[in-house]
Design a protein around this ligand. Structure first.
Ligand SMILES: NC(=O)c1ccc[n+]([C@@H]2O[C@H](COP(=O)([O-])OP(=O)(O)OC[C@H]3O[C@@H](n4cnc5c(N)ncnc54)[C@H](O)[C@@H]3O)[C@@H](O)[C@H]2O)c1
Length: 241
């Protein structure tokens, strides 16, 4: 059955692919802090997940234009300009700011959509965590590159998995489902030695492509997943094993 889905982070690597994959079967409403650049035939709303007022306006405007919202998928990735350093180069205020924007932003979506969905009588919230919310980083695959898995990311993504369970319990007795998805690394022009080391740890010896996430998301959106609630679905081709 066709659903009205708000996809937050719609202009990013994963979000833009999900819009493409979902829009043939559903009404997909794009939302992002960045100007629209992809999938221009799907409606677009500007939103900052780290602002309560902005999220309230998004819900109000989408309901005004489309009458109901069946599902929200949050795959935004807020971060500061200084994000991405080794833990010993991260000043406390940078750590706090990234946690505020990212974990705070995801809480803001969970809270405001939970309130709206309770009022509406049904809903479905899907938040993007990561394999690095499930296991600590495999630091060895970054050696010899400028890359790392930031310490803020560990705090944020593990927090999103636990917040998912927290809100899932709040949703007991309602027609609202709350789940998260934890992708493995998506190939996106990273350092070749990192890609090689990462790929050795997966079943197919590849990183993910954005469209590997479409099937699991389609399932979580659908009524086939009506008994999937409070879960974190790991989609990583075996990387965390
Ligand atoms: N790419 C990967 O390898 C990977 C792996 C695991 C998990 N994830 C998670 O998947 C999600 C999407 O990742 P991606 O690689 O597509 O990221 P991306 O940076 O390509 O896209 C993120 C999008 O979020 C938007 N955004 C940033 N701040 C925002 C805010 N405050 N409000 C609204 N929108 C905002 C950006 O404009 C961008 O369009 C993230 O949560 C990320 O942590 C990604």
């Amino acid at each position: 059955m066709s659903k009205n889905i708000i996809l937050i982070g719609s202009e990013g690597l994963i979000g833009s692919e999900l819009v493409r994959e979902l829009k043939s079967a559903h009404k997909v409403i794009r939302a992002d802090i960045s100007a629209p650049k992809n999938n221009n035939d799907a409606p677009f709303y500007e939103v900052d997940i780290a602002s309560e007022q902005s999220v309230e306006s998004l819900i109000k405007n989408v309901v005004r234009d489309f009458s109901k919202i069946d599902c929200v998928i949050n795959c935004a990735y807020p971060r500061t300009k200084t994000y991405g350093k080794s833990y010993d180069k991260v000043p406390l205020n940078d750590f706090n700011e990234n946690v505020n924007l990212h974990l705070g932003g995801y809480f803001n979506i969970l809270k405001n959509f939970m309130l709206f969905f309770k009022n509406q009588g049904h809903g479905n919230i899907i938040s993007f965590s990561s394999i690095y919310g499930v296991i600590p980083p495999r630091f060895e695959i970054y050696s010899g590159t400028e890359m790392t898995s930031p310490v803020e990311y560990a705090a944020v993504k593990s927090g999103i998995i636990h917040l998912t369970k927290y809100f899932a319990k709040i949703a007991r007795g309602t027609s609202i489902r709350v789940n998260s998805i934890s992708p493995g690394g998506v190939e996106d022009g990273q350092n070749p030695s990192f890609i090689k080391r990462y790929s050795e740890l997966t079943r197919t010896h590849k990183m993910l492509a954005p469209n590997n996430l479409a099937g699991p998301i389609r399932f979580l959106v659908s009524d086939e997943a009506s008994s999937i609630h409070g879960q974190n679905i790991i989609v990583d081709d075996g990387f965390t094993l």
